[in-house]
Design a protein around this ligand. Sequence first.
Ligand code: G
Ligand code: G
Ligand code: MN
Ligand code: NA
Length: 259
Amino acid sequence: RRLLEELRVALAEQQFELYFQPIVALNSDSEPMPVHKAEALIRWNHPERGVVSPGEFIHVIEEAGLIRELSQWIMQQTVETVSQWYQQGCANIQISVNTSPSQFNDGGKWIDDWIHALALYEIPAHSIIIEITENVLMTTDDSIKHQLSRLQHRGMDVAIDDFGVGYSSLAYLQQLDINLLKIDRSFIQPLSEDQDSVALVRAIVTMAHHLGLKVVAEGVETEQQWQQVLNVACDYVQGYIVSKPMTKDAFYQRYLSQY
Ligand code: G
Ligand code: G
Ligand code: MN
Ligand code: NA
């Protein structure tokens, strides 16, 4: 209860902050590609405890019914940031934003919020990737299908986050409007030692490519893992080997200021 009270204060007093982690394109030349994508990850700057990770508080926000409020704050910060970077000359940056499954329960009003915010800040819908977890796809609810197709129709990209840990049926990947598959780091981390996991990741990538999806390998930490995800033809890498999530200003300085 104490935590919930603190979270209400945090919402009112804007104690949250978005960090950004680069997502880099892999290509067969070893030249690093310029960064065009990043995932926005929320942090709570707690007045006494310092930086608190969302793993510790998102579920409390969800249970308290405050997710709409938090999601709107995240959306607002994201469009402001993209708009600022656009004005500084980075015209093709894409920011990937996490969603909570309960956001989809409002029948898609949250999508209207995005459409309004994008129009207000005059940034293209394509600068936003909406990340959804597999659990969202498990429902047989037509509303989810409809919401994903609206996002797509409006020009936003859709990514499946933590792919492989949930139970989404492969049939869904074919039926739904999805652009990116983010393979969960629990499949990526054993890659350096274990041939079975290489085969598994290779199979996921092959299937995704057949369905016209691009693949992000999450949680790449070592050179060996990097080499393996390159070997099995993943399209993008996100992980500590490139960078940990960093503040907006640090991200701009390191990855965008050269444009
Ligand atoms: O960044 P970190 O590793 O601490 O993230 C922990 C979990 O919190 C991850 O599952 C991540 O997807 C989730 N998360 C991070 N930022 C957001 C956010 O802005 N919204 C939602 N709903 N989840 C987030
Ligand atoms: O569930 P989701 O994929 O949204 O969670 C993303 C989180 O994973 C990021 O917030 C980040 O803290 C964490 N992460 C990103 N790269 C790595 C990595 O290379 N290793 C580990 N252990 N965690 C990572
Ligand atoms: Mn994510
Ligand atoms: Na993930």
